[in-house]
Write a protein that binds this ligand. Structure first.
Ligand code: XIL
Length: 376
């Protein structure tokens, strides 16, 4: 059974988000030998997941799995600018405070995701930034968020997804941040974060760096160049987040090339975290066993290389169970198989996370466990 503190905090969390029936019966304790975070800890690393506090409060089986498997949690939504400051200067901290209370009561760490992301800007700020070019808007938001959480969340994705190829020589995405402030928005944001949260580890988090193809080769190169420029200029940057949204429709993963990429990051004195691991499937027409095998194999190929690099501190998956994945089977996926599922069956959901929708461990779980066993 959880402690009274845990129970109280959970009840407080459920009250905040308006859910009153919370059962804690049969709650597993957090330290189990047989869990990903135990295995990771044995090798000096961590395992965690992105979560939403509403799901944790509502679903006993999810909550039990989170408590058993995770040492770190990432708020999937609650810390993004468009969730926090829906109208100018008015901040909504409820869901993040609830998640924080849950994590604190369980001794779990939180990954601060994310401060500047082109995909998570409130609409009012998007237009205000472009028209006014007013850094004060960013400063007010940073002050509110870092001011509130700097002592409890000590690792932040300050910049999320800054790279986009095909537009500029430096490979920076033409986000509203770039439009409003030029490339300097990155050092400026990192300096601002260091000033407001001097004890925190500051990270740049990026996606689509795994595959051996023209676009992702360029993305790796441009990402490294960005990191080099920032380090050379003495900008406060401590680590790198590699999202690792693996995608079975994409090309080859080359172990030697990826290992070199990780070495290059580590050589800059940066630590690395795998921040958003999951797998988008491609061949939905196959049997569930084949599908799960492919997901697990892609995970193994990736993690075996990633976890051979000692600068990699740990792995977070973007959700634990296929029940909650942001990855969907799309109409385009179904259209690849004209006449498929004619018998009225369906491919179900994307199966790119370690637990299925009934919260049973899948082959991906076991490949993560195996990979985490090995000390770099
Ligand atoms: C996604 C969430 O999972 C979705 O629920 C939300 O609608 C959009 O954002 N890269 C990131 C994450 O850094 O913040 C994104 O999360 C997934 C891609």
């Amino acid at each position: 059974m959880p402690s009274g503190l845990t129970r109280r905090r959970l009840l407080a969390a459920s009250a905040i988000i308006g859910h009153s029936e919370l059962t804690l019966a049969g709650q597993p304790s957090r330290s189990t030998d047989d869990s990903l975070s135990q295995i990771a800890a044995g090798a000096g690393r961590f395992f965690g997941s992105a979560v939403r506090i509403e799901d944790i409060v509502r679903e006993d089986d999810l909550r039990g799995t989170v408590l058993r498997e995770c040492a770190w949690l990432t708020p999937e939504i609650a810390l993004k600018w468009d969730a926090i400051e829906r109208s100018p200067g008015s901040f909504q901290f409820g869901p993040m405070d609830s998640l924080l209370a849950f994590a604190a009561a369980q001794g779990m760490r939180l990954h601060g995701h994310t401060l500047l992301w082109h995909g998570g800007i409130p609409a009012w700020a998007e237009s205000a930034l472009v028209t006014q070019k007013n850094w004060g808007l960013i400063q007010r938001y940073f002050e509110a968020v870092l001011g509130r959480y700097r002592s409890t969340i000590t690792q932040w994705d300050v910049i999320n997804e800054p790279i986009e190829t095909g537009y500029r020589m430096d490979g920076l995405r033409g986000s509203v941040f770039l439009q409003a402030f030029g490339p300097d928005y990155i050092p400026r944001a990192l300096n601002e974060a260091r000033r407001l949260a001097p004890g925190a580890e500051l990270i740049i988090n990026e996606f689509a760096l795994e595959t051996e193809d023209r676009v992702e080769n360029d993305r790796r190169y441009l990402f490294l160049k960005l990191l080099e420029r920032l380090k050379r200029a003495g900008v406060p940057l401590d680590g790198v987040g590699l999202q690792a949204h693996l995608d079975l429709s994409k090309g080859q993963f080359r172990a030697d090339i990826y290992a070199q990429f990780l070495r290059n990051i580590a050589d800059l004195g940066l630590f690395i975290v795998i921040t958003e691991l999951d797998v988008k499937e491609h061949d939905y027409i196959q049997s569930v066993e084949q599908r799960d095998r492919q997901v697990a194999d892609a995970t193994a190929r990736y993690l075996d290389v990633a976890l051979a690099q000692s600068a990699v501190r740990g792995v977070t998956t973007w959700g634990l169970s296929d029940r909650h994945s942001w990855l969907q089977v799309t109409p385009a996926d179904l259209a690849r198989y004209p006449g498929g599922w004619r018998d009225g069956s369906s491919p179900g959901v994307n199966r790119g996370l370690p637990f299925d929708t009934a919260m049973r461990r899948k082959p991906m779980y076991h490949t993560i466990a195996n990979a985490l066993h090995h000390r770099a």
